[in-house]
Ligand binder design. Structure first.
Ligand code: GLA
Length: 387
């Protein structure tokens, strides 16, 4: 569907057929929250909703792009000149072009039509998916054969250093390296990943609280700084290297806030490792207990939840009992929750949320059953050229 809307938008805007398509997925994070920028371990999956970009070469010296889902908004710039900021959505494209031209090679002349079925603003990493898709498109057109890790780093640079939104590497890396039927155990220090087979009889339910959040929130920046400070006060490069004993031993050097934040990060990294083993063992009780503990830690120690999110999480945990678990997902202060349960319990869980939760504007919550999917890929056009 979005593949064809990207292709049609390309034809309508540029009057020719595209040469290749790129698809980059959003992500759901099962566990490992607020640990990526502390060099930690996270356990996300790339999902079956994503961004599609139809691409074709140009004979002039320009990058021209159109955003189908933003009413066909169009923008362009000369590839030989320094890429300028616009301070709006266009910077997600421009930022990747700036990263590519300064870090990899000159940008190829390209026309791009962007479309997708990944809703933005719900915490499913639509901006990371867009960045990864554009980076993969530039890489394919310029034949630079970048690794998935390099693609993720370019997209992260664009988000952090060009757009100015603080983020770790998890979202971009998950979008770049995802694998159908697997969750990803990502090491955010080395950028290495291991695939963990997702049990075919388990379901993942994402529920949007309807409370909008902004990543650029000062709260996110405050926490990244405080975590770095806590690590420094303990003489560590990052909180990845700290233990609970280190935190206890440095009580007098750490502020109360730093102690709580460090406690979350260190315990969450341990929970994430345990969760990877629990999934391998198909231990639904254990993964449920770890997700509930993750939520408690994010609420009480890291303090990024909100009372309505806590209620939405409790509602789901009460419905599941010990057969799975739910927690807040992503940066916090709104956005989605994520729950894991057996297939047979999914209808009951969905029913409980529909009956028991309303968004701030009184609506039923948007729910989505996530399926672990492949990461960003170049998709040939049937009957067309592939770049
Ligand atoms: C946001 C950031 C990620 C990560 C999460 C919290 O989604 O983009 O890099 O830090 O918050 O786990």
């Amino acid at each position: 569907m979005t593949r064809s809307s990207a292709t049609e938008a390309f034809r309508a805007s540029f009057g020719v057929e595209p040469e290749f398509l790129v698809r980059a997925p959003g992500r759901v994070n099962l566990i490992g929250e607020h640990v990526d920028y502390n060099d930690g371990i996270v356990l996300p999956m790339a999902i079956d909703l994503g961004i599609w970009v139809a691409c074709g070469s140009r004979s002039d010296d320009r990058i021209e792009y159109v955003a189908h889902d933003l009413g066909g908004l169009r923008d362009g710039f000369c590839r030989a000149e320094e890429v300028q900021r616009c301070n709006d959505w266009r910077d997600h494209v421009r930022g990747v072009a700036a990263a590519f031209s300064t870090q990899i090679s000159s940008i190829p002349s390209l026309s791009l039509a962007i479309s997708g079925n990944l809703p933005s603003g719900r915490g499913l990493s639509s901006s990371a998916a867009l960045g990864v898709a554009i980076a993969r498109a530039l890489d394919h057109a310029a034949q630079t054969e970048l690794s998935a890790q390099r693609i993720a780093l370019l997209a992260q640079w664009a988000e952090r250093d060009f757009v100015g939104t603080q983020c770790g590497i998890m979202d971009q890396l998950a979008s770049a390296v995802g694998s159908a039927g697997h969750v990803l155990k990502l090491d955010c220090r080395t950028l290495e990943h291991a695939l963990v087979k997702w049990p075919t009889n388990w379901a993942v339910l994402v529920v949007d609280s309807g409370i909008r959040r902004s990543l650029a929130d000062s709260a996110f920046n405050d926490r990244t700084k405080a975590c770095a400070m806590a690590a420094e006060r303990m003489g560590k490069t990052s909180l990845r290297d700290a233990s609970l004993a280190d935190i206890a031993g440095h009580r007098s050097q750490l502020t109360q806030e730093e102690t709580r934040l460090a406690h979350h990060v260190v315990s969450e990294i341990a929970r994430t490792r345990d969760a990877a083993s629990a999934i391998r063992r198909k231990d639904l009780f254990e993964i449920g207990a770890l997700m509930r503990a993750s939520h408690t830690s994010l609420r009480d120690d890291f303090r990024v939840s909100l009372p309505p999110i806590d209620s939405l999480v409790s509602l789901q945990n009460e419905a599941l009992g010990e057969n799975g678990g739910a927690r807040m997902m992503g940066g916090g202060f709104g956005g989605c929750t994520v729950a894991v349960c057996g297939h047979e319990d999914l209808p009951h869980l969905q029913h409980v949320v529909t009956a028991g939760y309303r968004t701030p504007d009184g609506k039923k919550a948007w729910m989505y059953r996530a399926k672990p999917s492949n990461g960003a890929e170049v998709v040939p056009i049937l009957g067309g050229r592939t770049g």
